[in-house]
Design a protein around this ligand. Structure first.
Ligand SMILES: [Zn+2]
Length: 116
């Protein structure tokens, strides 16, 4: 299904094709544990950034593999992107930024990113 997502101020908008019938990911790594996003993944081909490319600030840490982007104006992290282990460009969408999605109603899979 296609979902519309945005940051808080609305500068960053996107459309993402996601299967939210599958559990979303809650990760406890040093980044996700602080920002508290819930993530659903899609190949980059299922993701369209509609506006806000200039508003996104990239942030890299650890092995610099994942682009943790955030909006320069409102600070929200509406998604992150990286290459999957098999090399496929992949987007991790923060389902809390999607319109019409009750994040509390989704099944959550806890991932122990801190210990990796
Ligand atoms: Zn914003």
């Amino acid at each position: 299904m296609k979902y519309q997502g945005s940051c808080h101020c609305g500068a960053v908008r996107y459309e993402a094709e996601l299967d939210l019938g599958k559990p979303v990911i809650s990760c406890n790594c040093s980044m996700c544990g602080r920002s508290g996003g819930l993530l659903a993944f899609t190949p980059a081909t299922g993701f369209t950034l509609q506006s806000g490319e200039d508003s996104l600030q990239d942030y890299l840490f650890n092995k610099h593999l994942i682009h943790h982007v955030f909006c320069k104006t409102c600070g929200i992290k509406p998604f992150a992107h990286a290459n999957a282990p098999d090399g496929t460009p992949t987007v991790a969408v923060n389902v809390r930024c999607l319109e019409g999605v009750d994040a509390d109603a989704l099944e959550v899979n806890k991932v122990d990113g801190r210990s990796r």
